[in-house]
Design a protein around this ligand. Structure first.
Ligand code: OAD
Length: 260
């Protein structure tokens, strides 16, 4: 029987036949952990939007303001816990031989839920990078003891090790996710408005390469008409139901009697 979230048996069977699966996530996957999305009603901080603060120009003109925004987010993330959507994605990984998780999120919640080696296209908020030497530093503690933080070796400003508007994605992360998108059998696109390129092009790369592409979102997005199916609902409700239906279908296939 089909579940109320729109997870039909036909869709589950189609996904269960996928040997190579890619999951692409965005801010919506963390919203049920209490982390505001970028473009939702709660996406503003002190009347600034992400586009005002997540730029090199904003950092150059007021590094302390930008770091205060990151500290506000780091403290919120530190207080948050992974939600059932993160857990379902980690469970899905365990049941797939060829699986890749690509996230636009910088919060590290996928790893905390048990996902191994997620590709973080936009970096990680728990790391900083020296603006002079480009060395990476772990910044696991919030609040920071110094705002803005400075490099212990050269004294230059440390910036968050995240991708800002107008900056290229880390090439290795993008290449790996592009290759996986062009070579997968199915892709799940979860909680992203699909407005920020080049991450938003990955579902289309998958679709053009013949993959079955399904999105999970509380509303239709820029890519909905270009992919196979949109499941409208909260990721924390739809994904656990989808992943458990997939596990049941796979188990049923494995126990089917073999014909000789
Ligand atoms: P957005 O804030 O643009 O979109 C979040 C999406 O999640 C929207 O489509 C919502 O409808 C959906 N959503 C919200 N709650 C949900 C839930 N419980 N379950 C399912 N879907 C839900 O976030 P992103 O698409 O991730 O980049 O934004 C992409 C990039 O833009 C971010 O990585 C960030 C931002 O500026 C940088 O900082 C470089």
């Amino acid at each position: 029987m089909d579940s109320p979230s729109g997870v039909t048996q036909e869709l589950v069977e189609r996904l269960s036949r996928a040997d190579r699966l890619v999951v692409l996530t965005g801010a919506g996957v963390s919203s049920e952990s209490g982390i505001p999305t970028f473009r939702g009603r709660n996406g503003l901080w002190e009347n600034y939007g992400a586009e005002d603060l997540a730029t090199w120009e904003a950092f150059q003109s007021d590094p302390e303001l930008v770091w205060r925004w990151y500290e506000y987010r780091r403290q919120m993330i530190a207080d948050a816990t992974p939600n059932p959507a993160h857990t379902a994605i980690a469970d899905l990984e365990k049941s797939c031989d060829d699986f890749m998780l690509v996230t636009q999120n910088v919060d590290g919640l996928h790893a905390r839920a048990g996902s191994t080696n997620p590709i973080e296209l936009h970096g990680n908020i728990w790391r900083g990078r020296c603006t002079k030497e480009q060395t990476l530093v772990d910044l696991p503690d919030t609040p920071l003891s110094e705002l803005p933080p400075r490099c212990k070796s050269c004294g230059a400003l440390i910036r968050p090790d995240v991708v800002w508007f107008g900056e290229p994605l880390p090439p290795e992360a993008y290449d790996a996710s592009y290759d996986a998108a062009s070579d997968c059998d199915a892709m799940l696109v979860v909680g992203t408005s699909a407005l920020v390129r080049p991450a938003s092009s990955l579902p289309l790369v998958a679709k053009h390469s013949g993959a079955f592409v399904v999105e999970v979102n509380t509303e239709y997005t820029a890519i909905s008409v270009l992919i196979d199916t949109t499941l409208i609902g909260r990721a924390g409700e739809v994904l656990p139901s989808l992943v458990s239906a997939l596990a049941e279908t796979r188990a049923a296939v494995q126990t089917e009697p073999q014909t000789t």
